[in-house]
Design a binder for this molecule. Structure first.
Ligand SMILES: *[C@@H]1O[C@H](CO)[C@@H](O)[C@H](O)[C@H]1NC(C)=O
Ligand SMILES: *[C@@H]1O[C@H](CO)[C@@H](O)[C@H](O)[C@H]1NC(C)=O
Ligand SMILES: *[C@@H]1O[C@H](CO)[C@@H](O)[C@H](O)[C@H]1NC(C)=O
Ligand SMILES: *[C@@H]1O[C@H](CO)[C@@H](O)[C@H](O)[C@H]1NC(C)=O
Ligand SMILES: *[C@@H]1O[C@H](CO)[C@@H](O)[C@H](O)[C@H]1NC(C)=O
Ligand SMILES: *[C@@H]1O[C@H](CO)[C@@H](O)[C@H](O)[C@H]1NC(C)=O
Ligand SMILES: *[C@@H]1O[C@H](CO)[C@@H](O)[C@H](O)[C@H]1NC(C)=O
Ligand SMILES: *[C@@H]1O[C@H](CO)[C@@H](O)[C@H](O)[C@H]1NC(C)=O
Ligand SMILES: *[C@@H]1O[C@H](CO)[C@@H](O)[C@H](O)[C@H]1NC(C)=O
Length: 371
């Protein structure tokens, strides 16, 4: 495992590299660097604060530390050259209530599998080939009849559902192709549902149309991921940080990117998008409140002109926005112009933005490990 500090630095350098290839953002580049350096310093200061009276860092969950120090690897390849031919077979081979991290290397290919990582299998990692990521695909929708004779509904339409905690995926494409070509049938069709806590995704792509990424509940982290969809395609009441991600709206007419469903003031949930990009094929809103206490913040994010001037929608129910918390902070690009924003959108100040713009938002210091 790479030491934490080092890992932060690597992430920082990598994200700088990635940033520099996007010419339209170059003007913000210097500002961003200086911000990131400051943010790194702030993180270091905060890490010091995590030290307890004995001077020890209050580090990772002990269970996670143990799992990480005993990790095992399994291999999946469709051509029969590895232990398993399918991801499902590999998962089925793991003893329930495992206490070791299990890294499942998945060879390039197109895997038509419907997967549920059960709650009894924590510490699972799906690892794809960075040069040729595997695709896990499906096409269930909410109205499809399940094996029990009942409709799947949105919840069970997912191609991949993660019930387990401490799940990780790296270099994997997740799909739900039900509504392709776009508009052939618009219905809830989830690519990935994440119900497990403390779950992280790096270099992953989530493709679908409606409700692509059901960020159901728990603390989640997304780094350098692409999420594609048309209607409410990042939804749920998870508490998640999306860092360095590309959010691509493929709808050709009005739609909403997020439908955050925080519905209880005492339940901590929200989506924070940081250093990301919002691009679209047609006009879109940043979000609309699925729950009465919906919380979404975009910071340091580039928005192209697909983002409608109003920015946010209230689902034509004027009461919906009363307790919504929709914030923007230091965003750039034509869609970030706040002149036409709905009056209930919040332009955050430094202090207000602080809680959303680091991994502390998701208690990252206790569970984010080197991928
Ligand atoms: C992010 O992913 C893209 C491919 O989707 C890759 O080209 C790029 O190097 C990645 N960036 C980082 C910082 O990992
Ligand atoms: C301080 O943290 C360390 C490591 O987590 C732990 O072993 C130790 O018991 C803690 N000490 C106190 C006084 O809480
Ligand atoms: C996954 O979690 C959901 C919701 O808690 C539950 O309905 C379902 O049975 C679980 N599936 C498995 C395979 O654990
Ligand atoms: C999903 O794909 C299968 C096989 O390709 C096809 O038979 C089925 O009709 C599709 N279902 C939906 C809902 O598109
Ligand atoms: C993400 O992709 C980039 C290049 O495409 C690679 O350099 C980086 O290591 C990948 N990240 C992880 C966590 O594997
Ligand atoms: C996730 O874990 C955190 C820290 O252990 C806990 O406070 C929170 O309630 C958990 N969330 C869910 C949805 O289980
Ligand atoms: C988008 O939808 C609205 C109402 O549904 C309609 O009036 C408008 O013409 C559509 N715009 C485009 C570009 O299709
Ligand atoms: C939102 O609050 C209203 C009452 O103010 C209630 O009728 C409605 O069911 C709530 N919606 C959700 C999704 O909790
Ligand atoms: C809200 O009303 C407008 C205008 O009547 C309509 O175009 C839009 O589709 C409605 N939005 C929703 C979410 O119902």
């Amino acid at each position: 495992m790479v030491p934490r500090r080092c890992f932060h630095l690597i992430l920082l350098v990598l994200s700088c590299l990635c940033f520099s290839c996007r010419s339209e953002m170059e003007s913000d580049f210097d500002k961003w660097i200086s911000w990131n350096v400051k943010n790194y310093q702030r993180k270091t200061i905060m890490e010091k604060r995590y030290r307890n009276v004995s001077g020890n860092v209050q580090g990772l969950d002990p269970k996670l530390k143990k799992a990480e120090s005993n990790k095992v690897r399994l291999k999946v390849s469709q051509d029969g050259s590895a232990q398993f031919k399918s991801i499902t077979e590999a998962l089925n081979s793991i003893q329930p209530y495992n206490i070791r991290r299990v890294i499942i290397s998945i060879a390039p290919g197109y895997y038509r599998e419907k997967i549920v990582v059960p709650k009894t299998l924590p510490f699972i990692t799906f690892l794809g080939d960075v040069r040729d990521p595997p695709t896990i695909t499906g096409n269930d929708t909410q109205s499809v009849t399940g094996s029990d004779g009942a409709q799947l509904r949105t919840f069970n339409s997912a191609t991949v559902a993660v019930n387990a905690s401490y799940f990780m995926a790296i270099n994997i494409n997740f799909e739900n192709t039900a509504s392709f070509p776009i508009g052939s049938k618009v219905e809830q069709a989830v690519a990935v549902r994440i119900t497990g806590n403390k779950t992280a995704f790096y270099n992953c792509t989530f493709s679908g149309v409606q409700d692509t990424l059901y960020d159901h509940k728990g603390l989640h982290y997304f780094n350098n991921c692409t999420i594609k969809g048309s209607v409410d395609f990042i939804c749920g009441h998870g508490k998640s940080l999306y860092e360095g991600c590309t959010i691509r709206s493929i709808a050709n007419n009005m739609t909403s990117i997020t439908a955050q469903s925080g519905s209880n003031p005492s339940y901590d949930s929200g989506f924070s998008f940081k250093n990301s990009m919002v691009i679209g094929d047609g006009p879109t809103y940043l979000g609309r409140p699925w729950g009465n206490y919906s919380q979404v913040v975009f910071s340091y994010t580039y928005m192209d002109n697909s983002v409608l001037p109003k920015g946010w929608e209230d689902w034509n129910d004027t009461k919906r926005y009363m307790n919504a918390y929709y914030g923007e902070y230091k965003c750039s690009g034509p869609g970030s112009n706040t002149a036409g924003r709905v009056p209930w959108a919040r332009m955050l100040n430094d202090k207000e933005a602080q809680v959303f713009i680091g991994t502390q938002y998701i208690d990252g210091n206790t569970w984010l490990i080197s991928p």
